[in-house]
Design a protein around this ligand. Structure first.
Ligand SMILES: *[C@@H]1O[C@H](CO)[C@@H](O)[C@H](O)[C@H]1NC(C)=O
Ligand SMILES: *[C@@H]1O[C@H](CO)[C@@H](O)[C@H](O)[C@H]1NC(C)=O
Ligand SMILES: *[C@@H]1O[C@H](CO)[C@@H](O)[C@H](O)[C@H]1NC(C)=O
Ligand SMILES: *[C@@H]1O[C@H](CO)[C@@H](O)[C@H](O)[C@H]1NC(C)=O
Length: 172
């Protein structure tokens, strides 16, 4: 009997959490270059190919802070690897920079210090998110914070809540 109750309570709480979390699932944080990160020897044209970047998504650049940087430039400077007057310098100093894609446009990123010439450049075409009712496909590059949140906070919280609820019901 307690097992059944626990099951029902667990399902109810899970649904409750799922409903609260659904709007959050849409935004994706892309680790630029995948496991290779922001480095030389990655073809970023290939990396970006087939991906859909939507307004509200994020880019996460992980790189050697002593060598590379991350600069947003215009199209001309992107094509010619000119880093003298970036539109935005996203370099914070830790080698781990997050860029919000909050404008629907094409973003152009390069690394200065000569690395652009070796191919450290990426153009990101940002689109408006598709309308919600058109069932959104599962986005493949799931943000790490989200899975961390799910496994380290969400699930344990769920169990804790269910356990407390269960003992509460047993008292009745
Ligand atoms: C990267 O790959 C694209 C095709 O996906 C190719 O056209 C381009 O030449 C490559 N760039 C470099 C620097 O190899
Ligand atoms: C990019 O910026 C440079 C220098 O500010 C400028 O000369 C060039 O015309 C700009 N290109 C575009 C496409 O805005
Ligand atoms: C970008 O900003 C970082 C941190 O403030 C700074 O150290 C670096 O010199 C800047 N680079 C350029 C090209 O402006
Ligand atoms: C986009 O994000 C940047 C950095 O957080 C912020 O400075 C800027 O105001 C934002 N732009 C829009 C249109 O929300």
């Amino acid at each position: 009997m307690a097992g059944l109750r626990r099951g029902i309570v667990f399902a109810a709480v899970a649904l409750m959490f799922a409903a609260v979390m659904l709007p959050e699932v849409a935004a994706v944080r892309y680790l630029v270059g995948g496991n290779m990160g922001w480095s030389s020897n990655v073809n970023y044209t290939t990396w970006a190919q087939g991906k859909h970047f939507y307004n509200g998504d994020w880019l996460f650049f992980v790189y050697d802070r002593n060598q590379m940087n991350i600069l947003e430039v215009n199209k001309t400077d992107f094509e010619n690897c000119i880093s003298d007057h970036p539109l935005h310098n996203w370099t914070r100093g830790a080698g781990r920079d997050v860029v919000p894609l909050n404008i629907t446009k094409t973003y152009y990123f390069i690394s200065g210090k000569g690395f652009c010439f070796g191919g450290m450049k990426v153009a990101i075409h940002v689109e408006n998110p598709p309308p919600p009712p058109t069932s959104s496909p599962i986005r493949s590059d799931s943000p790490r914070w989200l899975s961390t949140f799910r496994s380290q906070i969400f699930v344990p919280t769920l169990f804790a809540v269910a356990a407390v609820w269960d003992s509460f019901l047993l008292l009745l």
